[in-house]
Design a protein around this ligand. Sequence first.
Ligand SMILES: [Zn+2]
Length: 99
Amino acid sequence: MNELTRKQCRIITMTRTRMIPVKANHKGSHSNQECRWCSKTDVQETQEHVISKCQAINTQNEEKINYPEIFQDENTTRLKKTADILKTIYTKITESNQD
Ligand SMILES: [Zn+2]
């Protein structure tokens, strides 16, 4: 984590501590838990889904995040890349939360 920028470090820490503002992390404030980006029902809007599985929110990311890698410190290059993708996803979530 030492070689990451402060912003990269912050988004990794937020994800590790489940502070990403998806529905599953704020159960009280949403009437349903379905992913707002997927048109399918029954898909829960969890952190893991939005970050590594959701096709709809990840359209612009050329590479998908391998979710377990967020929790590993061994490969700094990968972690930096992961942090940058996480930032774009995080921005989309916060923008959507303001609507
Ligand atoms: Zn989805």
